[in-house]
Design a protein around this ligand. Structure first.
Ligand code: PSU
Ligand code: MN
Length: 293
């Protein structure tokens, strides 16, 4: 595992570190905005006094924190693959470069001793394909990490995903909301049982879990987007995207990037605007939590 200079220094001095995911850069956002957003997001962490650790594999090596040229490769190199937890050891052997999903990023962050992680939306159970369930859910059931997200991606079966989160005993907190956020939408239509008002409250829950020994799995903090996408436009694009994915027989790890790209190309920039807002706002909140811890 290689640490960036910044992360190395933060570990030595005990400075708060926030893990950031890389699949969103390589497979979630279109070029050239993807690299700009990745850099802007890292700046948000720094401006609040913490250190960003964007996680990825470069030439078969796990990197915790990327130097600017490495971030550029993840954003712009066509050979970068999407890696989940099961792929990590294989990619170390082949020497490829890879961006890590929520599952793989959480795994590496935990190995590196980082407790807080910001992403856009979690993976979950796919609509109409109940056996297509993101490895993100299983990773969250096995790793003590606080993950800040805008709910699960609205391309998914939200009800099914919430049931799975309950089965795995993964707590879901609404940050200043009683509604489960719907990624592009502020409200997915589902209620949340637990609401928190501050990063300090989240830090206290984290500490209580250590004492209770219920700290063997993730805490999901959901942070709703302020300016959501138009819900009617959202539903139209979603239905067309799901139909196109079925017609083109898109399967496996290609499904999520296909649907996100369908949104970006069909909404004339609106889904991209919301996706970027989400990542930035989640990163700011994750940084506050890391500082509170
Ligand atoms: N959130 C975003 N954009 C993304 C993703 C999340 O705003 O691209 C990625 C994450 O890496 C997540 C992955 O882990 O999508 C889920 O993919 P799958 O459904 O194949 O597990
Ligand atoms: Mn899948």
């Amino acid at each position: 595992m290689k640490f960036s200079r910044e992360v190395e220094a933060a570990k030595a001095s005990g400075t708060a570190i926030v893990a950031l995911e890389s699949t969103i850069i390589s497979h979630g956002l279109p070029r050239p905005r993807n690299l700009e957003v990745a850099l802007e997001v890292e700046e948000i962490v720094r401006s609040k006094g913490a250190v960003p650790a964007t996680i990825a594999l470069i030439d078969g090596h796990i990197h915790v924190g990327l130097e600017p040229d490495e971030l550029n490769r993840i954003a712009n190199d066509d050979s970068v693959v999407k890696a989940s937890t099961r792929d990590l050891a294989i990619i170390e052997m082949t020497g490829q470069s890879a961006a890590t999903t929520v599952a793989a990023t959480s795994h590496i962050a935990h190995l590196a001793g980082i407790s807080v992680f910001a992403t856009g939306g979690l993976g979950g159970v796919h609509r109409g394909h109940v056996y297509d369930e993101s490895a993100d859910l299983i990773a969250l059931a096995e790793l003590p990490i606080i993950i800040v997200c805008a709910g699960v991606k609205s391309i998914l079966d939200v009800a099914g995903t919430l049931e799975r989160l309950e089965t795995y005993s993964i707590p879901v907190l609404g940050y200043r909301t009683n509604r489960f956020p719907g990624f592009y939408l502020t409200d997915s239509g589902f209620a949340l049982e637990h609401r928190v008002e501050s990063a300090t409250e989240i830090a206290e829950i984290w500490k209580n879990r250590f004492e209770l020994r219920t700290n063997d799995r993730a805490i999901v903090v959901t942070n709703p987007v302020e300016k959501e996408m138009d819900p009617i436009l959202h539903d139209q694009i979603l239905q067309a995207g799901l139909a196109a994915a079925d017609a083109k027989k898109i399967t496996g790890k290609a499904v999520t990037p296909f649907l996100l790209e369908h949104f970006h190309s069909s909404s004339s920039g609106e889904s991209l605007r919301v996706n970027i807002d989400i990542i930035k706002s989640n990163t700011a909140l994750a940084t506050e939590i890391a500082l509170a811890l």
